[in-house]
Design a protein around this ligand. Structure first.
Ligand code: GLC
Length: 488
């Protein structure tokens, strides 16, 4: 039996800002269905975690952590849920903010503290994981401290000997960068670490880089993205390092929770359906949502859904650019759900006002509504400029809302473009980050929907039959763990 400890800054259902939380919230559960694997998770105990979960946690111990020249308290709480043990590091000074990510330097100190506390917790609890699986820059210092401090015999004896680490990249854009001098004050790491072959990058200190240098293995969340980040266009300044480590870098595509996202049992949608009979139900769901959102109620409308963080990564500048032209076709409706950058929130509010009855913008996060949009929409638009994996297109496929995507990262890997000659495909895609190309692709989808309905329906069925549940991907992680431990 091998022990895997996930370290991350967010996980569903406790706290979520993005797809990272979905992955950390569902992968350990799936891993624990393998009888040779025991996955646990450690998270910060943020004040904003809902009370209902805090009430179920048990306090186990506390200790001190040396960080930023101070000795700081760390409490450990524990919770068992879904066959997974969840640990929480408690410190009010660091984790009492209204939001989990705040300003740059403070976050760097907060997560340096967390990373050290995670390692110290293992020692104090006498819990020796075989592998610490780290996620994104917030946990980038764990491999650094593990190798250079916790695996040296002075303080911890041989406790950490042979413990491996994995660094998973969910988004290379965020790296945890700051001036070298201040980062040294926070981390206590000396000059030795701040050279270009270690934690320095373009004259700055860089947590993620530290993780990528010292981890035993690097993964990212699709094979396509694993290749892309070795190029300068997608590499965010770290492509050289990723090329150098390409023998220890692989991509494993994310899954989604097939129980939570199941059109056949979904409690949020009025008409449940399966891949064998969906036409009436999807139309019913569409009319119900149209009514709720104040759109013109008509089952023949071509409804395009978008559910996303409203950021540049997700391609919203392309959408802004073509919106006026797109809605000239009065049979198209656009439904948006999400929050994010002010300029996109503003522009979508504006579009809703200007095209009342045809465009609906819900500037909020609402789980129920998101399920209803997947079930109601005919197509799901996701024109990302880059996309490590992307989860929404997987949910859309599951609900038979055909993704219209840009061919990048996980979108390219999971959505097979429609081929009208051999009748294959599960969606539509375009290659360049170009508003015109996107608009043409949308128009093509509209044409297939309107003039080739049997072919469209066959494609919906194929999309719904794809399997992007966690089973396959969790097995790949399990294989990787076994390989790293020499158990294969
Ligand atoms: C990030 C990426 C997204 C990925 C998610 C989970 O949010 O932008 O593509 O699906 O992490 O790995």
């Amino acid at each position: 039996m091998k022990k895997i400890l996930f370290a991350a800054s967010e996980a569903v259902p406790f706290i979520k800002t993005g797809g990272l939380a979905d992955v950390v919230g569902s992968l350990p559960k799936e891993l624990n269905t393998h009888d040779d694997c025991e996955a646990s998770v450690v998270l910060p105990l943020y004040r904003v975690i809902p009370m209902q979960y805090k009430e179920q946690m048990d306090y186990i111990t506390n200790f001190q952590v040396n960080i930023a020249g101070k000795s700081v308290y760390a409490g450990v709480f524990e919770l068992h849920m879904d066959n997974v043990t969840w640990y929480f590091i408690d410190n009010e000074y660091y984790f009492s903010g209204d939001r989990i990510y705040e300003d740059g330097k403070w976050d760097l100190e907060k997560f340096a503290y967390f990373d050290k506390a995670v390692l110290t917790m293992c020692f104090v609890l006498g819990y020796r994981p075989d592998i610490i699986h780290c996620h994104d820059w917030q946990t980038g210092l764990i491999p650094v401290y593990l190798r250079n401090e916790y695996q040296t015999p002075e303080y911890y004896g041989d406790f950490f000997n042979g413990v491996k680490s994995i660094m998973t990249i969910h988004n290379l854009k965020f790296q945890g960068r700051w001036s070298v001098r201040q980062m040294q004050e926070i981390t206590g790491l000396d000059d030795y670490f701040f050279t270009p072959d270690k934690m320095e990058s373009y004259k700055e200190g860089n947590y993620l880089k530290g993780g990528l240098v010292y981890a035993d293995w690097i993964t990212t969340v699709s094979s396509v993205y694993a290749d892309e980040i070795k190029t300068s266009y997608f590499g965010e300044g770290l492509d050289g390092l990723l090329r150098a480590r390409s023998n220890n870098l692989s991509g494993i595509v994310n899954g989604i929770d097939y129980d939570e996202y199941n059109p056949h049992t979904d409690p949020f949608i009025p008409f449940n359906y399966k891949d064998t009979a969906f036409i009436r139900a999807k139309e019913g769901n569409k009319m119900d949502l149209q009514d709720e959102l104040g759109l013109e109620v008509d089952r023949h409308k071509f409804m395009i859904g978008m559910i996303s963080r409203l950021t540049e990564q997700k391609g919203f500048d392309l959408v802004n650019y073509i919106m006026d032209e797109l809605v000239q076709d009065k049979n198209i409706q656009v439904v948006i759900l999400g929050t994010g950058d002010q300029r996109f929130e503003d522009s979508f509010r504006y579009f809703e006002n200007r095209y009342k009855g045809q465009v609906s913008s819900s500037i909020m996060y609402d789980n129920r509504r998101s399920h209803r949009i997947y079930a109601a929409s005919d197509a799901f638009l996701m024109p990302s400029s880059f996309e490590p994996c992307g989860l929404s297109q997987l949910m859309a496929l599951r609900y038979g809302s055909l993704p219209i995507v840009r061919e990048t990262g996980g979108l390219k890997e999971t959505v097979e473009p429609y081929n009208e000659y051999d009748q294959t495909g599960t969606g539509f895609s375009f290659r360049n980050y170009d508003a015109g190309e996107m608009l043409n692709t949308i128009k093509y989808a509209v044409w297939v929907f309107r003039d080739c309905r049997p072919e469209w329906n066959a494609m919906v069925k194929r999309a719904m039959q794809k399997d992007f549940s966690w089973g396959v991907s969790a097995s790949k992680y399990n294989d990787l763990y076994n390989y790293l431990l020499g158990w294969y």
